[in-house]
Design a binder for this molecule. Structure first.
Ligand code: CA2
Length: 145
């Protein structure tokens, strides 16, 4: 059994740390990647961390994860609120998927309250800043062992 966890990131997350620090904090996505890899190593997990601004590539990576990974943590960015394609891809793969958000999407604009992917995931962790990713890795450790 693989000990690899794919951590997938959607649109605009490559801008973290460069704009909107009041909402998302000052860490860059590279900082979060380093923290995920360190936390993964402590948990005995190998973290494959990726970001794309393209919905279809995120779908491709979910399919790839079903062959190569034990589980997935996904911050789908704004596609969270719109993407039937990501919902379907998550349902199509036979490994646990945990939804992650840096901000508390329920405390923000109404259009962010609805997640299209949430019903297809094991669960959602949101609102804990970059720590949301680490909490998702702990959840995936439990779900995959
Ligand atoms: O809170 C989260 O993690 C989000 O998934 C972040 C998305 C947002 O669309 C979701 O509603 C919640 C946004 C990604 C980052 O966007 C930035 C925009 C400007 C500057 C820095 C980041």
């Amino acid at each position: 059994m693989s000990n690899t966890i794919f951590v997938l990131n959607g649109p605009n997350l490559n801008m973290l740390g460069k704009r909107e620090p009041g909402i998302y904090g000052g860490k860059t996505l590279a900082d979060i990647e380093a923290e995920c890899k360190a936390a993964g190593a402590d948990l005995g997990l190998s973290v494959d961390f990726r970001q794309s601004n393209h919905e279809g590539l995120l779908v491709d990576w979910l399919h790839e994860a079903s062959d190569k990974a034990a589980g997935v943590a996904i911050n789908a960015g704004a596609y969270t609120h719109t993407s039937v394609a990501l919902h379907d891809a998550i349902r199509a793969i036979g490994i646990p998927v945990v939804e992650v958000h840096i901000s508390n999407i329920h405390a923000r604009e109404q259009f962010r309250h609805k997640s299209m992917i949430a019903p297809a995931t094991k669960g959602m962790i949101c609102g804990f800043g970059p720590q949301s990713y680490i909490l998702a890795l702990h959840a995936l450790k439990t779900l995959t062992q």
